[in-house]
Structures are given as C-alpha cells and as structure tokens.
Design a protein around this ligand. Structure first.
Ligand SMILES: Nc1ncnc2c1ncn2[C@@H]1O[C@H](COP(=O)(O)OP(=O)(O)O)[C@@H](O)[C@H]1O
Ligand SMILES: [Mg+2]
Length: 259
C-alpha cells in the first residue's frame, strides 16, 4: 500500500502547506492516523499544527542528519490538533541541510530516517519547501507519490515542467516506486475566463485525469484558520464547503494509496 505523499512546487505561496493542513484536518475528522513531515525551514505547517519551531526541538533536519535507520521515531511529536495527527517538526536548521555541499545529506536520508516509522501511520504528508533543492529531493525519495499544487495563472503553469523533471529524475535515480499522485488546483477564482483557459492548458500538459477535483477556491477563511492554528473543520458552520472539499481530496488520496 502507498502511504507517503510529497506535496510540492518550487514556488512559494501556492498552497502546499494549505493543502497539507487541509488534508490533515480532514484526516483528523475521519480518524485517519497521519504523520506530517515538515521539510520547510519556515516551518509554517509545524507552527499551524501548534508546535513551536526552534533550534532546540529535534525535527526533520536532525532525523536526516542521524545515520541510524528509523531515526525519526524519537523526534515525532503529537500535534496540537488531536490524537490522530502527528508531526516531524521543521525548523531553521533545514536551511543548513539545503546548502550542504559536503554531501552529508543524500537524497536517501529522509527515507532512511522514516524507515519502519512511516508504517505506524495510515498517511504520511510531506510538506516540501518552495524549492527544487536537496530537501525536496529527500521528500520525493521518501514518498510513494508526488502531489503538485498549482495556481491557475500563467506563472503557476510555467513552474510545472521543472517540477515534473525533478520527479522524473528522482524516479530514475533514487526511487522507482515514485509516481505522480495528482495535481491540485488552488486559489481558483469563482468566475474567470483567464483561469479557465489556464485550467484547459493544465489539462493538456498533465492530462485531465491527473488533475484532482474539487479545486480549492480562493477564500479568506483559509488564512484565518492558519492564523488561529486551527483545523479548517472546526469552522464547519461558516466554512462554506471548505471542509467538504478537503474531505473529498482526502478520499481521492486514499483511493490513490489503495491503487
Ligand atoms: N485557497 C486559498 N484562499 C485564500 N488564501 C490562501 C489559499 N491558499 C493559500 N492561501 C494563503 O496564501 C498563503 C500561502 O499559502 P501556503 O499554503 O503557505 O503556500 P506554500 O506552502 O506553497 O508556500 C498563506 O497565507 C495562505 O493562508
Ligand atoms: Mg509552505
């Protein structure tokens, strides 16, 4: 069974962390035991899950530095959200990893750190940094699939090919299990001719079936939930369908993992 998915795009601000948190909220609601691995030095997922990113707390960077297989086991902490969501925290030290030119970190490091550990979870969500550097290579090497987050804009689409190229090269060189789980559209405006033609263009680039539905609309509540460090499902009565959107995306992810 596939369980780990790397959520990625080289661009910042496209909604990688938003999708990770929305899926974690849906998983919490559905009772799916989930591990969030934060691979971003900015550690926004860590913070929003109620854990303070710091140099003192151990996390993803330390797990990758350790040479022991399964080293992440001692560094995983409960999230502040509830029993089913666990966290391997991100922190500023991940920048050092990213710039490691001594070859201390190889793309296999995260995979090794999670060896035997990921099996304790039904789902592992790897929140990648906005780059196609070494940390993202580690994320893809540790994952069964890549989930690409895209905004329906010209710049959004221009960023996809380098992401697909990296997935290809990791598949060839590091992880022959890796596949493209799908593409999630984020920040889709309610009506926009331009966005619609960008979506058509995306279909022709990756194939219509690769693009997951539903798309995520542009909604201020998403930002509000992040600031409150709260799962989107706690806003049920005024969330205007957002929890249900993430429930459906989680179902899609579960179908992919059973495939
Ligand atoms: N669909 C959306 N509607 C409104 N705001 C969004 C949406 N998706 C993301 N945001 C906001 O955009 C910012 C960047 O999103 P984030 O998920 O952190 O991107 P990334 O992880 O790709 O850098 C955050 O402030 C987030 O709250
Ligand atoms: Mg992020």
């Amino acid at each position: 069974m596939k369980r780990s998915v790397a959520i990625l795009n080289q661009k910042g601000g496209v909604g990688k962390t938003t999708v990770v948190l929305g899926l974690a909220s849906a998983a919490l609601h559905a009772g799916v035991r989930t591990l969030v691995v934060d691979l971003d030095a900015q550690a926004n997922a860590t913070w929003s899950l109620g854990v303070e990113p710091s140099r003192e707390n151990l996390g993803t960077g330390d797990a990758m530095k350790a040479t022991k297989a399964g080293s992440a086991a001692d560094m995983i902490v409960p999230s502040g959200w509830g029993d089913d969501v666990w966290l391997l925290p991100g922190g500023p030290d991940l920048t050092e990893r990213e710039n490691d030119r001594q070859g201390q970190v190889t793309p296999q490091r995260l995979r090794r750190a999670l060896d035997g550990v990921a099996d304790d979870f039904e789902l592992v969500l790897i929140d990648c940094a906005p780059s196609l550097g070494l940390n993202t290579s580690c994320g893809l090497t540790a994952a069964d699939g890549a989930l690409i987050i895209v905004e329906p804009t010209v710049f959004g689409l221009r960023g996809i090919n380098p992401v697909l190229d990296l997935v290809d090269s990791i598949w060839e060189e590091q992880n022959s299990k890796l596949d493209i789980a799908g593409v999630v559209l984020n920040r889709v405006p309610p009506t926009s001719k331009d966005a619609n033609s960008r979506i058509d263009e995306l279909y022709s680039m990756v194939g219509r079936r690769a693009v997951w539905s539903p798309a995520i609309p542009n909604r201020v509540l998403i930002n509000e939930a992040h600031n409150a460090r709260a799962p989107i499902h706690t806003y049920r009565s005024r969330a205007g369908g957002l929890p249900e959107i993430f429930d459906e995306l989680l179902l899609r992810l579960r179908r992919w993992s059973a495939s």
